[in-house]
Design a protein around this ligand. Structure first.
Ligand SMILES: CC(C)(COP(=O)(O)OP(=O)(O)OC[C@H]1O[C@@H](n2cnc3c(N)ncnc32)[C@H](O)[C@@H]1OP(=O)(O)O)[C@@H](O)C(=O)NCCC(=O)NCCS
Length: 212
């Protein structure tokens, strides 16, 4: 096990096959590539909610079960990943991370969402994103992770900076707004290999264990 993993008790499951699906245990959570059977009413409700989707800069969509399953199938676990964040005890899906890999330049573009309110502000993003990013650096050999964040999305900016990301510049009027009219500036955040700050002291609170 590498130093990144061992310091956090990550057990990185890397399969030496063409299937590079993610399976990572962090201290409190399980990260794994989503499969069509992960489709649920709750997952569909996140996608249909403009307030949930707008920070991701995606329009809300009223997907059917079949459409969401087809969407999940579109991620090939080689250059495009859609990874679920799960509680360990009851395997509650509480958030998602996506990673699009540019193999030519060895970087990944990440996006993320904690959909379940009970899992916010307990360090779940910090712990799961650190797990996925470590895997991308150590197992997939990436050299940089980037994130585009809408200007004004302070929680995401603070969460990325806590992991060691740098705001490398602002992309002016870069994307269309899906709430209201006009366009958004976006901040381009970057993290080079070696800059990742692992969570030093992880919260021991895990809603799936407390029964709340
Ligand atoms: C941004 C987001 C992922 C943070 O998830 P989280 O699990 O609640 O974050 P964590 O508990 O790991 O917090 C890590 C750090 O981020 C910062 N942070 C997180 N939420 C914050 C908030 N609401 N306000 C200010 N800072 C915040 C803090 O510095 C925090 O560290 P601290 O708790 O020690 O102070 C979550 O709020 C979310 O899903 N937002 C909507 C989706 C989104 O904006 N995605 C961006 C797409 S690019």
């Amino acid at each position: 096990m590498d130093t990144f993993s061992s310091s956090l008790n990550f057990q990185i499951g890397h399969q030496e096959t063409r299937d590079l699906a993610i399976a990572i245990n962090t201290d409190r959570f399980l990260l794994r590539s989503l499969v069509p059977s992960d489709t649920s009413e709750q997952f569909l409700s996140w996608i249909a909610d403009p307030e949930v989707m707008s920070p991701l800069n995606m329009p809300a969509r009223h997907f059917t079960v079949g459409q969401l399953q087809a969407y999940i199938t579109g991620f090939d676990n080689q250059t495009r990943y859609l990874v679920g964040m799960f509680g360990k005890r009851d395997e509650t899906l509480f958030g998602i991370l996506s990673m699009d890999i540019n193999t030519t330049h060895s970087f990944g573009k990440m996006s993320f969402l904690i959909g379940h309110p009970d899992y916010k502000r307990i360090g779940a993003f910090r712990e799961t994103a650190a797990g996925l990013i470590s895997h991308m650096f150590e197992v997939r050999g990436l050299e940089k992770i980037i994130v585009h964040v809408n200007a004004g999305n302070e929680p995401s900016m603070r969460a990325l900076e806590a992991l060691g990301f740098t705001n490398e510049g602002t992309l002016r009027s870069h994307v269309r707004s899906f709430i209201g009219e006009g366009r958004h500036d976006q901040h381009h955040y970057g993290l080079l290999k070696g800059e990742l700050r692992l969570p030093a002291q992880l919260s021991s609170r895990d809603p799936s264990r407390s029964g709340s």
